[in-house]
Design a protein around this ligand. Structure first.
Ligand code: SIN
Length: 283
């Protein structure tokens, strides 16, 4: 058990380099005084799990707002209503979600918002409203830790490379290119492979959505991206959470990959997601 921040907050790392379970009651969690502690914890562990917190949508939105500006996904995602705008219901239930392909896309390692024109969201927050009867755990991989552990020689080779990310790559295995909305199909987003954050930390900008490396033959670049994704996802840098009703998780989307393990449409899985906007452009 790690040092106790206060008698009412107990922190247990999941792995030395990524993830921590934070035991805290709802009143302490929702108290504004908890925010700076929470930010310290996420800086240190990258992904935090709060078992059985049981947040309502309104409480989750209030917490989201205390971390920064929320990203409004209401127009493009299912499940939101007027009173809980910006809450995205992640489900394969076809009554709620008529566009399941994006949920299937979340079963591959990815960062949120990397293929949009705004800075990548800083934090993603997820509440479990109904756990799946089978599968559907969420995995987190620290791309800070994955970068830090690379040999210096390899770091020198990777710095300066640029990567093109797009939806065609992000939905590879889910949709054929010609099944993707034509307005989005041709959109490419070029980013450095290595993100030097304002804090001085560095992370890898990789994921299923990373299509190719600029200036490198595509097969060679894709092999390198696949290798880096495997590197980041290895057990030393990644952890897994098995959901129970009421569990809440949040992670630093700018230094972590995440994915859901496969689950089926009739698994019952229903998660509510909110997102805090990024404030730091990729550098
Ligand atoms: C997500 O990709 O934002 C959600 C992951 C999950 O459903 O576990």
């Amino acid at each position: 058990m790690e040092a106790v921040l206060a008698p009412d907050v107990k922190v247990e790392p999941i792995k030395p380099k990524v993830g921590a379970v934070v035991q805290v009651d709802k009143a302490t969690f929702l108290d504004k005084a908890f925010i700076p502690r929470c930010l310290e914890l996420i800086e240190r562990h990258t992904a935090l799990v709060f078992p059985r917190l049981g947040l309502t949508d309104e409480e989750q939105l209030a917490f989201t707002d205390s971390l920064g500006e929320r990203v409004n996904f209401t127009d493009s995602v299912p499940g939101g209503d007027e009173s809980t705008k910006d809450v995205y219901t992640i489900t394969l239930d076809s009554v709620v979600n008529t566009d399941p392909e994006y949920v299937f896309g979340s079963m591959f390692w990815h960062m949120d918002g990397i293929i949009s024109d705004i800075p990548p969201p800083k934090f993603t927050l997820l509440s479990c409203h109904q756990p799946p009867d089978k599968g559907g755990q969420t995995e987190f991989a620290s791309t800070y830790a994955a970068w830090d552990a690379l040999p210096d020689e390899e770091k020198a080779e990777l710095e300066g490379l640029r990567v093109v990310h797009n939806l065609v790559a992000g939905l590879h295995g889910v949709l054929e290119p010609d099944e993707i909305n034509p307005a989005k199909r041709g959109m490419n987003h070029e980013h450095p492979l290595v993100w030097t954050h304002e804090s001085g930390r560095k992370s890898l900008l990789i994921g299923h959505h990373a299509d190719y490396i600029v200036g490198m033959p595509k097969p060679q670049g894709r092999a390198l991206l696949a290798r880096l994704l495997e590197w980041a996802g290895q057990p030393e840098f990644s952890c897994r959470h098995t959901w129970q009703t009421g569990d809440f998780a949040m992670w630093d989307n700018t230094g972590a990959l995440h994915r859901a393990l496969p689950y089926s449409e009739d698994s019952g899985r229903r998660m509510h997601r909110t997102t805090v906007a990024g404030y730091e452009a990729i550098a």
